[in-house]
Design a protein around this ligand. Sequence first.
Ligand SMILES: Nc1ncnc2c1ncn2[C@@H]1O[C@H](COP(=O)(O)OP(=O)(O)OP(=O)(O)O)[C@@H](O)[C@H]1O
Ligand SMILES: [Mg+2]
Length: 174
Amino acid sequence: MSLLEVEDLHVWFDLPQRSHHGGQVHAAAGVSFALDAGERFGLVGESGCGKTTTVLALMGLLPPNALLAGEVRVDGRSILAGGEDSVRSHRWTDMAMVFQGAMNALNPVKKIGWQIAEPMAFHGIAHGAAARRRAGELLEMVGIPAAAAERYPHEFSGGMRQRASIAMALACQP
Ligand SMILES: Nc1ncnc2c1ncn2[C@@H]1O[C@H](COP(=O)(O)OP(=O)(O)OP(=O)(O)O)[C@@H](O)[C@H]1O
Ligand SMILES: [Mg+2]
């Protein structure tokens, strides 16, 4: 048994009938792979082939017009069958995502440090001053001074935003 097992995963997106394409897009078609602790896995393919869709499916973050089939197991437990509840307990704690386009992952009206601390508080990992200190450490880890935790996303460069979203993904030690 592997840490993560993806078996014959399919994702379809429903498109409005009036659109040019109509019907459905088969965005992921029979994706299978497995990953053990400490392993790295690269998924490579042309633009639009379904890489992001595959990972959004694992994270339970697909939009409502998505249809899913197949099997995803974390530590041997199926996470797709149980719907939102069974995915949520794994999101950010066991599995995290560095989003393509950091601005999609960052809230423009919240300070960076608050945003990194938020999942730690939500999952009961750290609160208050301890969470803020940990957020500063995570920023330092990606090469950003801890004091920048007090800044907003629009005050960061593109590369800093991308690194801040990496810090956020690491916050709960997935
Ligand atoms: N929300 C959506 N509704 C409808 N179609 C979608 C949606 N999201 C993605 N698609 C379609 O699904 C297919 C796969 O898209 P996806 O974003 O997974 O590609 P990708 O491999 O990550 O591409 P890139 O390398 O450009 O990031 C594309 O045809 C895309 O147009
Ligand atoms: Mg993509």
